[in-house]
Design a protein around this ligand. Structure first.
Ligand code: DOR
Length: 444
């Protein structure tokens, strides 16, 4: 049996902050309490008053394996995740081959078991012709079913109305959606192409992938979920208008939940001039007023989860002109420190950040024994230092693509230590490449 005592921490958990010690034995939280005593463990980590959070569970990442490994790999992207305080992730199906059947899902679980530094689960992707695979999915074998109701990276658009109805009517577990109306976007693209040719300014991205296109598609998802009683989670909301489709209130009472992503809470359309294609993503980063509305919605419990949509592309790919530059940003390594900026600005409390990045994700997806600092649960923990800044420096990046949209920023906080299943996966600014995460299990 190995044991680790985290002493003198400020534990942020279940809407409270308490000065506590946490004793970990054999990967699990054995005891949480005041002054547990350093004699109780093989090893002591003195937190020196830093804040201890349940590790972030990121419900939306693209780690590019198999098939797109020139952009990223499970090993490199999971290393970036633990360096950023993320201890578990749910990964997306737009790889090659697409994750649209049981065999492709199991292939990814095997790859991750061998290479992932964080805990992992995978979505089954929907397509216009895999309804049988969806219907017969064992709900404990995937975190959810991902439906691209708008086309994005990868060829996964589900636009056949009967198939969409079939998915919403028959999904054996939670359905998560990318909502952007593709015909509206295509009409906008044609208009802008006529005006600018291939060299459309990046600042037009939120006008092409417009607020109206988001609303149209999110409304359809909500109406289908209401019609069929589907458990729906709408990913990466970007507009104030879509918030009118949601209801505030306790998570347990919601049939429809929603996610916002860290970059949509951080950047606004004013940043296209400086960052160009580096902040091109789908759905697009929109107005500063949308960002404000999203932040308020996170605070007011209209939005339930904050995640990353980590989507690496190479630097070279991002140097292309508007239509050729792919959409997506590498984010996992600085997601939590970017969110902590909202704490420093007085916009979100630490308790709210923990709820949106960990408790709610575990509850909403029914993740077993994670997402809280509770005795008996797996010890997935992140120690954050609110007064030591993070310089976003290319030398320190773990993502394979080697660049960050946050380059040039100085965040006020830093990740001190990340613990995955009781093992130190990141400390002293370095990941321990020997650490392996576990397959997540779901209580469904
Ligand atoms: O910006 C995005 N990039 N949005 C998506 O929906 C997909 C992602 C990717 O895989 O590159």
């Amino acid at each position: 049996m190995t044991s680790l005592l985290i002493a003198n921490a400020r534990v942020v958990n279940e809407d409270r902050i308490q000065e506590q010690d946490v004793l970990i034995k054999d990967g699990r939280i054995d005891q949480v309490g005041a002054d547990l005593g350093s004699h109780s463990a093989d090893r002591v980590l003195d937190a020196e008053g830093r804040y201890l959070l349940p590790g972030m569970i990121d419900d939306q990442v693209h780690f590019r394996e198999p098939g797109l490994t020139h952009k990223g790999e499970i090993a490199t992207e999971s290393a970036a995740a633990v360096a950023g305080g993320i201890t578990s992730y749910f990964e997306m199906p737009n790889v090659n081959p697409l994750t649209i059947n049981r065999a492709a899902l199991e292939d990814k679980y095997q790859r991750a078991a061998a290479k992932s530094m964080a805990n992992f689960a995978f979505y089954l992707g929907a397509s216009n012709d895999n309804l049988e695979d969806i219907k017969t999915l064992d709900p404990t074998s995937a975190c959810g079913i991902k439906v691209f109701m708008g086309a994005s990276t990868g060829n996964m658009l589900v636009d056949n109305p009967e198939i969409l109805e079939g998915i919403f009517a028959n999904a054996p577990t939670i359905v998560v959606t990318h909502c952007e109306d593709t015909p509206m976007i295509q009409a906008n693209e044609a208009r802008y192409r006529q005006q600018y040719g291939e060299d459309v300014p990046m600042a037009c991205h939120p006008l092409i992938r417009s607020a109206e296109a988001c609303y149209q598609s999110s409304s359809l998802a909500v109406s289908l979920a209401n019609r069929f009683g589907t458990r729906l989670h709408i990913l990466h909301l970007t507009t104030e208008k879509e918030l009118s489709l949601l209801q505030a209130g306790p998570l347990a009472q919601k049939q429809i939940t929603a996610e916002a992503c860290v970059h949509h809470l951080f950047f606004s359309e004013e940043d296209y001039e400086r960052k160009g294609a580096l902040i091109k993503c789908n759905p697009a980063i929109k107005k500063a007023s949308d960002r404000e509305a999203l932040l308020n919605a996170v605070r007011d419990d209209l939005i339930d989860v904050v995640a990353t949509d980590h989507a690496p592309h190479t630097w070279e790919e991002k140097q292309n002109s508007y239509f050729k530059a792919p959409a997506g940003l590498p984010l996992v390594q600085h997601a939590l420190v970017s969110l902590l900026e909202h704490y420093h600005a007085g916009r979100l409390s630490l308790e709210q950040i923990v709820r949106k990045t960990s408790h709610n994700v575990a509850d909403l997806f029914q993740v077993a024994e994670r997402g809280y600092i509770r005795e008996g649960y797996w010890a997935d923990l992140t120690l954050v230092d609110l007064s030591t800044p993070t310089v976003v420096d290319q030398q320190t990046l773990y993502s394979k693509c080697g660049w960050s949209p946050f380059a040039g920023y100085l965040f006020k906080s830093s990740i001190h230590t990340t613990i995955v299943n009781g093992a130190v996966a990141f400390a002293d600014g370095r990941v321990n490449p020997e650490i392996r995460g576990k397959r997540l299990t779901f209580e469904r």
